[in-house]
Design a protein around this ligand. Sequence first.
Ligand code: HEM
Length: 306
Amino acid sequence: MHSPRPIGPAHPAGPADPAGPARRARVVLASALATSVGALTVVAAAPAATAATTSTPEATTCQVVEADASWGFKESFRSYISGSIAHGEWETSGDVSYATPEFLFASSAGEVSSDGSAGTVPVEGGIHFTGHDGLLDTTVENPSLVIVDAATAQIVVDITGVSMEDAMAGDATAETLTEVGFVEVDLEGMTVTNDGDSVTLAVEDAPTAITEDGFAAFGSYEPGTAFDPLSFTIIAECPAAASPTPEPSTSTVDAAAVDVDPPAATADNASWLVWTGIGAVIAAAAAAVVVVLRRRRRGGDSEVSP
Ligand code: HEM
């Protein structure tokens, strides 16, 4: 670092300068530089203010390495299927299994944000419900947990089946609807734990409720009807921070440093200001030299300034 140049009064009061015009030319030049560098100090300080407003760490995208969830779907529906009315059953496939009274989901795919406010965790597999001697035949598959914001998620599924209304009316034509936002999940109780280069999102018994789209696809349950609570743990690896956050600063830039490393002291969008300032310094210096030379040419030893 260079030591600061004096920018105080360039002309001490006193007797006539014995060095004559050459000395005075240097004095004028120094004065012009001091004025211009003063302006540069203001210009170069501007990016420091910008850095102070951008120092908040940004959320990064993290890759899911391990995720487990448990969700009973809807307890009353399971009772209905396995009970004396439907005389049915369910089968699971892929990374979905069942351990009374919940379905278990496992995944090592997807992404979540490091602050837990976004993400998608897909699970391969599904649940096949049957009953009423095959009249009830509904498959819920390819579930994904989609985090909408820090407080809300959805379980998105593909659904194939016949609604009870259609079945009762004698229409057994199965329909498939894909990527249905089936239930909404209340993430109010979710914890987000950042641990070095990983993040863990976890919640116990988050309330769920069927959506309008879920009702349209599945029937029977009005939108807003409570389904079983959801618990999950998602572990994801996050990339290292891209670059250190600049330290906020309110101090002015060392005038002497400006002519050594202007680009390093500025952001891209501010570097033209520094170079404009340097141009002003050079122009001021040239003007000062012209003034001095003109006065010398007039032959006089007249005062140049103050
Ligand atoms: C013709 C065949 C069917 C018959 C006779 C039938 C009959 C019934 C009956 C009697 C109930 C009332 C159970 C109770 O209140 O405890 C019921 C409930 C229900 N049925 Fe069906 N059903 C049929 C087909 C279907 C189909 C195809 C679906 C499609 C998913 C379906 C879904 C439901 C649902 C979701 C309930 C409510 C279960 C609960 O209490 O949460 N049913 N059904």
